[in-house]
Design a protein around this ligand. Structure first.
Ligand code: NI
Ligand code: MN
Length: 257
């Protein structure tokens, strides 16, 4: 085989890949960290707290090359290892404007940062990323000072085949989730359920009703003792919602969509 032949066949970015039948793999890396592999093989990491995340299994901490790193807000359990991952990979970061400025101050080159804001959609590597609202806070302590890193956000990610995924970030339930449902019709929602810093299972069940979503991947629970919500509690709180599937992965576990 000549050099280059195999690359041609295996390159998932080639146009002849049938994205309508392509599968998407979603891997929960623990806490809010989720790795999405798109039908064309793009690797998207949301909330890149993996290397120092106690919930991430050891064999999943080195996640290799990435295309996109989406950061919902500046808290350490979400911004996480973004700087070291962006140094180590060629990925581009998508985040709110102020957080992008912070990454630049930390040495990430400006051409690899897509700073945006709520309501906007960016088209990167064939993926549409829309930033949506979250009800939470967004600062960070560094050198004894609290620095402002912009508002917290959620993301709606639309893949090449139209599959639409919503990652809520850290948030309480809010009534405008209904608008997210009406505008983007997510096929699956990644929702925090741990409570204390975010909505709990009862709040997440209300979020499911507002979004009209039928598949949920619970996140942001179990990492610390205060994050007491469980997928079973979400199932109980949402028992009246017909055809709802709650995908309770183990950290490091994957599902195909
Ligand atoms: Ni937070
Ligand atoms: Mn958090």
């Amino acid at each position: 085989m000549k050099a280059g032949d195999e690359d041609n066949r295996l390159d998932p970015t080639k146009e002849d890949v049938d994205v309508t039948s392509g599968t998407t793999t979603i891997t929960w890396l623990g806490h809010a960290a989720v790795l999405i592999t798109s039908p064309r093989g793009k690797r998207i990491l949301i909330d890149p707290w993996v290397e120092t995340n106690p919930a991430t299994p050891a064999d999943a901490k080195q996640i290799g090359q990435l295309d996109l790193v989406l950061i919902t807000h500046g808290h350490g359990d979400h911004l996480g290892d973004a700087v070291s991952i962006l140094r180590r990979t060629n990925a581009r970061a998508v985040c709110i404007f102020e957080l992008g400025q912070y990454l630049q101050m930390k040495g990430v080159s400006a051409d690899r940062i897509v700073g945006m804001n709520k309501g906007g959609t960016v088209h990167v590597d064939g993926i549409d990323v829309t930033m949506v609202h979250a009800t939470h806070s967004g600062g960070f302590v560094e050198d004894g000072k609290i620095i402002y890193l912009g508002e917290p956000a959620g993301f709606v990610v639309r893949l090449e085949n139209g599959l639409t995924l919503y990652h809520a970030g850290d948030t309480a339930v809010f009534a405008d989730m209904r608008l997210i449902g009406e505008q983007y019709h997510p096929d699956l929602a990644m929702l925090p359920i741990g409570g204390h810093y975010t909505m709990d299972p009862r709040g997440a069940a209300a979020a499911v009703r507002l979004l009209g979503v039928k598949r949920v991947l619970p996140i942001h629970y179990g990492t610390f003792p205060v994050l007491t919500g469980t997928p079973d509690q979400l199932r109980a709180a949402a028992a009246d919602i017909p055809d709802l599937i709650v995908h309770a992965l183990k950290p490091g576990g994957s599902m195909s969509v």
